[in-house]
Write a protein that binds this ligand. Structure first.
Ligand code: PMP
Length: 329
């Protein structure tokens, strides 16, 4: 933990982690992998600072809380065009034929998996070749195959699928580097980060070490295909339990965009029943399952099934749900 980030020993740790990630995602050679701090929220600003100056405007596809926050942040640095009409609740992804894209946008931004609402894209948006696609994959990174070549920038905070909080992975196409606004802080500047091999200042070395171990673990466990198979099996267990409960458990999200990582649901009715949900959470906790409470903005329950959660653990949750249903229906 005390190792200097300038030592060759650490250099090797970081290089190995990045190379393993390149191998896992088959990242083409014209893409750079950067490790930055500031989390996903830091990238909300960084993406705009580094890219919006090209034309001064950007398209934001808002399908949940995190893309909404990203759009708000970007609006400080340029003109943000909301591609979709405002909705009261984020429970779907409108098909692309209905989108209002601006041909002059510097980039098109979307969040591949909305962590709070449990809305996950079931397609990669099609954008003109001249407009880079930017994706926040913070909460489903390395959980399903992606074709990196379709994207201009992909970013993901480590803390869901790839390690403890503290570093953010940015995969950026080479030709998009160097287009930042003049006022871009050095720490958020893709060009400076790239020039300095993500070592412009002290990185969270221990976090990056752990992330490297996670990449090795994913490689040993079937790579991205293995993680994807597991994510499908785990989420199916919970969604099937919800769907077979005659409305006792209720998930508001459109079936085609239900997240494989975050399963939000209510108990008792579509609006939820506070007493039942409290009782369920207490039973889960007594059974060793903590932090199943939904995000404070939507309430209810949320099962996050990140890569490290096993099928057996997910079955344990499904069993608890089934028991709870039988005792309270
Ligand atoms: N994007 C998504 C999809 C997220 O789930 C989160 C955090 N949960 C963020 C961005 C923000 O990340 P951070 O807390 O690292 O700033």
């Amino acid at each position: 933990m005390e190792m200097s980030h300038r030592s060759s020993t650490y250099g090797k740790i970081q290089e190995t982690a990045i190379n393993d990630l390149r191998e896992l995602l088959n990242i083409p050679s014209n893409y750079k992998v950067l490790l930055m701090q500031g989390g996903g929220t830091g990238q909300f600003a960084a993406v705009a600072l580094n890219l919006i100056g090209v034309t001064g405007t950007a398209d934001y596809v808002i399908t949940g809380s995190w893309s909404a926050k990203a759009a708000k942040e970007a609006a400080q640095y340029g003109k943000v065009n909301a591609v979709l009409p405002k909705v009261a609740k984020y429970i779907s992804v409108p098909r692309q034929s209905s989108w209002q894209l601006d041909p002059k946008a510097s980039y098109v931004y979307y969040c591949d998996n909305e962590t709070v609402e449990g809305v996950e894209f079931d397609f990669v948006p099609e954008v003109p070749a001249s407009v880079p696609l930017v994706a926040d994959m913070s909460s489903n990174f390395l959980s399903r195959p992606i074709d990196v070549a379709k994207f201009g920038v992909i970013f993901a905070g480590a803390q869901k699928n790839i390690g403890p909080a503290g570093t953010t992975v940015i995969i950026v196409r080479e030709d998009l580097i160097g287009k930042h606004l003049k006022s871009t802080p050095s720490i958020l500047n893709f060009e400076l980060m790239d020039k300095n091999s993500s070592l412009m200042n002290t990185p969270p070395t221990f976090i990056i070490y752990v992330m490297g171990l996670v990449f090795k673990w994913i490689k040993r466990n079937g790579g991205i295909a293995g993680m994807s198979k597991l994510a499908n099996a785990k989420s199916k267990l919970i969604y099937d339990t919800i769907d077979k409960s005659n409305g006792f458990f209720y998930c508001p999200v459109d079936p085609n965009v239900r997240s494989h990582m975050n399963v939000p649901f209510r108990i008792g009715s579509a609006a939820g029943n506070d007493a039942l949900e409290k009782e369920f959470l207490a039973k889960a906790e007594a059974d060793g399952m903590i932090q199943l409470k939904g995000h404070r903005s939507v309430g209810g329950i949320r099962a996050s099934l990140y890569n490290a959660v096993t099928l057996a653990e997910t079955q344990q949750l499904a069993n608890l749900m089934l028991d709870f249903y039988k005792n309270n229906k």
